[in-house]
Design a protein around this ligand. Structure first.
Ligand code: CP
Length: 338
């Protein structure tokens, strides 16, 4: 496909392209909420490769395809030849002839990179041991919808608390790319690494954003959004409960920690959460909690990404993309009576 672009890492996209994805996702959400399901994926098939289990990612991709008039095929662990006798590259070549777009949740990042290298259709990284870019787009939709009163996106401080997981890295990437203030507050030995820091530094130089990695509790002060993830390590051998409480116990998101944030500070979690460990019931179920909205916005982001990658990219040039954006806007607005 001409002008093929994969969605492996948000750092491969400009700030404006990411803002376009967020805007498109929120527009499609508005359409669906108004009862109009634009058939933008009609006659299109999505191949969904999963090397690991998933609730939000799997269900949101499948629902998004159905809502937009397309079809999704679940290719779960052990269901296809990937990782058996067929190479990842050959799987990419074959799927390019059978479906229109592929998403892959992989154990190792190099698997999704190799898949993309060999595919002639867009490949979406649906989480690897390095990053979780579809989560980033959904999270930014949630943040945009819940900006503190009288604050612009660039003025917001987002603090990730706890283990420097791939979700933490992803949040650092997109917030710094968009010019926001990002902090990872986590224990030494579990903080974002030098490679992550270099990327955030580069992003901030371009966007005017800021980043900080710290084990000082004061770094949470002034947060507009406090975000966390599980402590057990998705890609390493699971850390025994006693050990993880010892390492991360001080980093639980509870009422005291939330009080370090600004008035009206919101709680976010990519989920699944381990209640009583990374977050208390009181915070997860409070009025400040956005985690359910956030889970719903995984669907918002999937719709936007599927349309962006299959439609916007087709036009190639900046002029072409702008024209198609206008065409899609007119198409959606006419149905919404705007
Ligand atoms: N947040 C997230 O990716 O959830 P799933 O693992 O359930 O897809």
């Amino acid at each position: 496909m001409k002008n093929l672009k994969h969605f492996i890492d948000t750092n491969d996209f400009s700030r404006q392209e990411l803002l376009d994805m967020i805007e498109l996702s929120l527009k499609l959400k508005k359409c669906v909420n108004a009862g109009y399901y634009p058939p933008l994926m009609e006659h299109k098939n999505l191949g969904m490769i999963f090397q690991q289990s998933s609730t939000r990612t799997r269900v949101s991709f499948e629902t998004a395809m159905e809502q937009l008039g397309g079809h999704a095929q679940y290719l779960g662990p052990g269901m296809i030849q990937l990782g058996g006798h067929e190479t990842i590259g050959d799987t990419g070549k074959v799927l390019s002839r059978l479906v229109d777009i592929v998403m892959a949740r992989v154990i190792e990042h190099k698997t999704v990179v190799e898949l993309a290298k060999n595919a002639d259709i867009p490949v979406i990284n649906a989480m690897s041991d390095y990053n979780h870019p579809t989560q980033e787009i959904g999270d930014m939709c949630t943040i945009v919808e819940n900006l503190p009163r009288s604050k612009r996106l660039e003025e917001c401080k987002v603090v990730f608390v706890g283990d420097g997981t791939q979700v933490c890295a992803s949040l650092g990437f997109i917030t710094t790319k968009l010019g926001m203030r990002f902090v990872h507050y986590g224990p030494k030995g579990h903080q974002l690494n030098e490679e992550h820091k270099e990327i955030m530094e580069r992003n901030c130089r371009e966007s005017g954003g800021t980043w900080q990695v710290s084990d000082d509790r004061d770094s949470v002060r002034g947060a507009d959004f406090i975000y966390t993830d599980v402590w057990y390590g998705l890609y390493e051998n699971e850390m025994p409960k006693g050990e993880r409480i010892q390492v991360f116990g001080d980093y639980q998101v509870n009422r005291e920690l939330m009080q370090l944030g600004n008035l009206g500070c919101k709680f976010m979690h990519c989920l699944p959460a381990t209640r009583g460990e990374d977050v208390t019931d009181e915070v997860a179920d409070s009025d400040s909690s956005l985690c359910w909205e956030e889970a719903g916005n995984r669907l918002t982001a999937m719709r936007g990404l599927l349309v962006y990658l299959t439609r916007y990219q087709k036009k190639g040039s900046e002029l072409g993309r702008a024209a198609l954006k206008e065409e899609l806007d007119d198409f959606m607005n006419s149905r919404l009576g705007e």
